[in-house]
Design a protein around this ligand. Structure first.
Ligand code: PLP
Length: 400
């Protein structure tokens, strides 16, 4: 008999966390690993941000925080949110949490009744379906196609909506595909959503400023500000300020929703770390050129990776418009055999073979809801991106 609840037994460890455990084991055994699973920039947190944290410690900003987030950080977030969405949010409509992940989790916990459906376009960030299940909801996968750059269409969205739909999750640029929607595409999705007033929209904007073709990714609230009364916009400092370990995210939405999320938070973590909040305030209020520098550097790494992978037989990679991942289709390689006799039947087989053979670590596409694909992160240093992609290419060349 297990102490673990039936609800919890349905939920798996995040695949990226699981990969990290295996990679650490391999490293301890002395293997050299090129980690292309990792969802974090290799840059250091900019100095002015770290200094704000040190100042916070020295001035004694080390007591319990206001559970919903410090006033200073919520003010800074309000300014940022108005630039990103075009809308002004008062401070009681903004919550700061321990990473964007906890904003998402608080929202699902605060709103889902047993059996409520959440539409999740696939490929999706690995945590969405499990977070929905943890909150008693039912994840409904909406599969998209590489041929349409992994975008959901208005017709597909309409077909996926049922009377039980509570939320539509939108994540652009997407982890793992890097897909960005333009304003017209968002307006077309908004038209469908207007016909279904019971459906709420959760936008995960964590990569919105890490785009490659000028300007942040368009936001559905810019296309359809009238949907603000049923939209939660989620963002954070992890990715665009190289602050993954500081664990600060924020959300903006209707007052009732934010209030319920704040109750969840007050009964779980009591709020995010004060020192990290001071750092995040400095990040949002301070000079923003670091974000542009990071995005420029990621674009160079994307181009480097795509150039190498273009010569890898059997791979078909859509060029991402943002974030720092490539999500190649490898279905043409399934059914092949490696020189050592290994049969590559699934994307997981391919990923495991590449790791065994070359030490390059990737994540299988099944974890992202799309079999026959895998995800590689190009957030690591350019030399590693080059070496990793060359190794993937060499494996593809020897499969028959
Ligand atoms: N949303 C997406 C799409 C992500 O890829 C990630 C991290 O990988 C997160 C949210 C989590 O962000 P945070 O570090 O702010 O919790």
């Amino acid at each position: 008999m297990t102490v673990v609840s039936a609800r919890m037994r349905q939920v798996k460890l995040s695949p990226s966390v699981a990969a990290r455990i295996i990679l650490n084991q391999l490293r301890e055994e002395g293997r050299r690993i090129i980690d292309m699973t990792i969802g974090e920039p290799d840059f250091a947190t900019p100095d002015h941000i770290s200094k704000a944290a040190i100042d916070a410690i020295m001035r004694g900003d080390t007591k319990y925080p206001l559970s919903q987030g410090t006033v200073a950080l919520r003010k800074a977030a309000a300014l940022r949110i108005s630039l990103d969405t075009g809308l002004e949010y008062p401070l009681d409509q903004i919550i700061v949490s321990t990473g964007a992940k906890q904003v998402l989790y608080n929202a699902l916990t605060a709103t889902l009744e047993a059996g409520d459906e959440v539409i999740i376009p696939a490929p999706y960030w690995v945590s969405y379906p499990d977070m929905v299940e943890l909150s008693g909801g039912v994840p409904v996968t909406l599969l998209t196609q590489a041929a349409s750059q992994y975008k959901i269409t208005p017709d597909a969205l309409r077909a996926a909506i049922t009377p039980k739909t509570k939320w539509l999750m939108l994540n652009a640029p997407s982890n793992p595909s890097g897909t960005v929607y333009d304003l017209a595409e968002l307006a077309a999705l908004a038209d469908v959503l207007r016909d279904h007033p019971h459906v709420w929209i959760m936008t995960d904007d964590i990569y919105a400023r890490l785009t490659f073709d000028g300007g942040p990714a368009p936001h559905i609230l810019q296309a359809a500000p009238d949907l603000a009364d049923r939209t939660l916009a989620v963002n954070g400092v992890s990715k665009c300020y190289a602050m993954t370990g500081w664990r600060i995210g924020y959300g903006s939405g209707p007052k009732d929703l934010i209030k319920a999320m704040a109750v969840v938070q007050s009964q779980s973590t009591s709020g995010a770390c004060t020192i990290s909040q001071a750092a995040a305030t400095a990040a949002l209020n301070g000079p923003q050129d670091c974000v542009e520098d990071f995005a420029r550097s990621f674009k160079e790494r994307r181009d480097l990776a795509l150039t190498i992978l273009a010569d890898a037989p059997g791979l078909n990679a859509v060029s991402p418009d943002g974030a720092f991942y490539i999500f190649p289709d490898c279905s043409a390689l399934l059914g092949s055999t490696a020189p050592d006799g290994s049969v590559i039947a699934t994307d997981a087989d391919l990923v495991q073979y590449i790791l065994r053979k070359t030490g390059v670590a990737l994540l299988d596409g099944m974890s992202y809801g799309v079999p026959g694909t895998f995800r590689l992160s190009f957030a690591s240093a350019p030399d590693e991106v080059r070496e990793g992609c060359e190794a993937i290419k060499s494996v593809c060349k020897e499969l028959a």
